[in-house]
Design a protein around this ligand. Structure first.
Ligand code: URA
Length: 209
């Protein structure tokens, strides 16, 4: 699953992490405890992108380690995927107060960090968790959607910062905490993305390109 490649990704990600940790580009720096830049394999084939850190992430500086993260870990375990092989990050790197939705100002201030992370890791697959992440990633290629339900389970080809990737939109794991049917759909979408990365392209349903 890991790709060999030129060295330097670690340094470049470390530089992004340091900039994120000291970032004051939007007002969220005033209320955050810790910024949450992202973590994982610098040469991951698959990047998971969530919305923004929650309370536990804000305290630890790590993405997806609270309740939604535990559910995500469970799903990855059930489909036989090792989280350590992935790169996991969020659209917005600092916690919005009371876990409110991130604002456009916050998303736009933070977006360059996400684009740089994609440029360094060069994932072949991007799994967007939830509507904010899906909207931001698809809009970078001029794609839009009305409801997440209409695009989840489908695959979109994008080029971001020169990186060609297949995007797999799915629901946010927080939406599955008390909803077993959403849990099943996320599991199905994750399995589809990971099977495709093992060469199972016949199951792909390409909408674009
Ligand atoms: N929800 C997210 O979108 N990201 C996290 O890191 C945790 C919860």
């Amino acid at each position: 699953m890991n790709r060999s490649g030129p060295q330097g990704e670690d340094d470049e990600l470390a530089e992004i992490n340091s900039e994120v940790s000291n970032c004051r580009k939007c007002p969220l720096y005033l209320s955050r405890k810790k910024a949450v830049p992202g973590e994982g394999n610098p040469r991951a084939e698959v990047m998971l992108i969530g919305e923004a850190p929650g309370r536990v992430e804000d305290e630890t500086g790590r993405p997806f380690v609270g309740a939604a993260g535990k559910l995500l870990d469970e799903l990855l375990h059930e489909i036989g995927v090792d989280r350590g092989n992935l790169y996991i990050t969020n659209v917005v790197k600092c916690r919005p107060p009371n876990n409110r939705d991130p604002t456009e100002e916050e998303i736009n201030a933070c977006k360059p960090y996400l684009i740089r992370q994609i440029a360094v890791v060069r994932p072949r697959k991007i799994i967007t968790l939830g509507r904010h992440s899906t909207r931001v990633i698809l809009s970078l290629n001029g794609l839009g959607f009305s409801e997440l339900a209409k695009v989840r389970g489908k695959v979109f080809k994008v080029n971001i910062a020169g990186v060609n990737a297949d995007v797999y939109p799915t629901y946010h794991p927080a939406a599955a905490l008390y909803n077993p049917s959403v849990r099943n759909l996320i599991k199905e979408d994750l399995a589809k993305a990971f099977n495709a990365s093992k060469g199972g392209s016949s199951i792909l349903d390409y909408l674009n390109g």
